[in-house]
Write a protein that binds this ligand. Structure first.
Ligand code: HEC
Ligand code: HEC
Length: 264
């Protein structure tokens, strides 16, 4: 090997080594760059751990079997995209969901999930699309609202289905509006903003938040009020009392008259 060939070979070996080093450094930099900008975790998880736990509860509590794996709805149940956390808190908090069997009316039951789990499922459903959030207010907020005004609002907006005293009533096709005596203030608020089943949604333009609190105060007041003077008679007012007095009174008079006539 001549000295000149040796020098050339050495030079080309150096070039190869140099380019290999450049590629290695470039790859290393690329890796570091990727680690810095790549999203943490896999694509299926979100930033909020409550949402992730809510998603697995949505499957383990059988919600997905009716509402679809991603809450998109199906033949057995409506889509939950955009119903919001308030609808989930209402439906699960009143024990209506998970629905056990299809019927005309989803009845109120004991809730199957804990409050914490309900909030997680609610967070998950809220992440599917924007909808009404769980209303936040204190007992003092509705307790200072005007009961009489709440009663007037209740008679205009709610009594046609739930009866004047909130004791419920029949609707068509085997459906009914339930009694309101078990509903908590938050559930009453949630029912108004989510409109379960046949119940209409009462938006904040129709019934303002302050008016909603007045309605809540009215519903809670009639629940705790005793019936002065005996049987409530559905609390429909003096008309029922008169009708009962009249029928019973006249009935007794008729019997007495017949009895007197028979003796004569
Ligand atoms: C057996 C089927 C079934 C199961 C299981 C079920 N649902 Fe439902 N769900 C329905 C049907 C049917 C409706 C609509 C009728 C109604 O509101 O009662 C509904 C309605 C709802 C609504 C009201 C939607 C709205 O527009 O306001 C929510 C929220 C809801 N379900 C959440 C859940 C959650 C959360 C679970 C699991 C804990 C669950 N459901 C399990 C059948 C089911
Ligand atoms: C068109 C009839 C209708 C009107 C009007 C109506 N509701 Fe309802 N409401 C219903 C029905 C039906 C249900 C049961 C829904 C279900 O089972 O999913 C219900 C359920 C409720 C519940 C849940 C009760 C429970 O214990 O689970 C509350 C609270 C409630 N309504 C409050 C109101 C208030 C307050 C108003 C007036 C602002 C009102 N509703 C107006 C039909 C009505």
């Amino acid at each position: 090997m001549s000295p000149s060939t040796f020098a050339r070979r050495l030079a080309s070996r150096r070039r190869q080594l140099a380019s290999a080093a450049i590629v290695a450094v470039a790859l290393g930099l690329l890796g570091m760059l990727y680690a810095a900008i790549a999203p943490r975790g896999s694509a299926a998880t979100s930033a909020d751990p409550a949402v992730d736990e809510g998603r697995s509860l949505f499957q383990s509590l059988s919600c997905a079997s009716c509402h679809g794996l991603n809450g998109e709805g199906g033949k057995r149940a409506p889509s939950l995209i955009g119903v919001g956390a308030a609808a989930v808190d209402f439906q699960m908090g009143t024990g209506r969901m998970p629905l056990q069997q299809h019927g005309a009316e989803a009845p109120r039951k004991r809730p199957v999930a804990s409050e914490g789990d309900i909030l997680k499922v609610a967070a998950y459903v809220a992440s599917l699309g924007p909808g009404p959030a769980i209303p936040q207010f204190d007992a003092a907020d509705w307790q200072k609202a005007d009961t009489a005004y709440g009663g007037a609002l209740f008679r205009t907006n709610c009594a046609q289905c739930h009866n004047f005293a909130g004791s419920g009533g029949a609707l068509t096709y085997g459906k009914y509006a339930p009694s309101l005596s078990d509903a908590t203030p938050t559930q009453i608020y949630e029912a108004m903003i989510t409109g379960p089943e046949n119940m209409p949604v009462f938006g904040d333009k129709q019934i303002t938040p302050d008016q909603k609190l007045a309605i809540i105060n009215y519903v809670r007041t009639i629940k705790t009020q005793a019936d002065p003077g005996g049987v409530g008679l559905g609390r429909v007012g003096p008309v029922t009392e008169t009708v009962v007095g009249w029928l019973v009174g006249i009935g007794v008079l008729v019997i007495v008259t017949i009895w007197i006539g028979a003796r004569a």
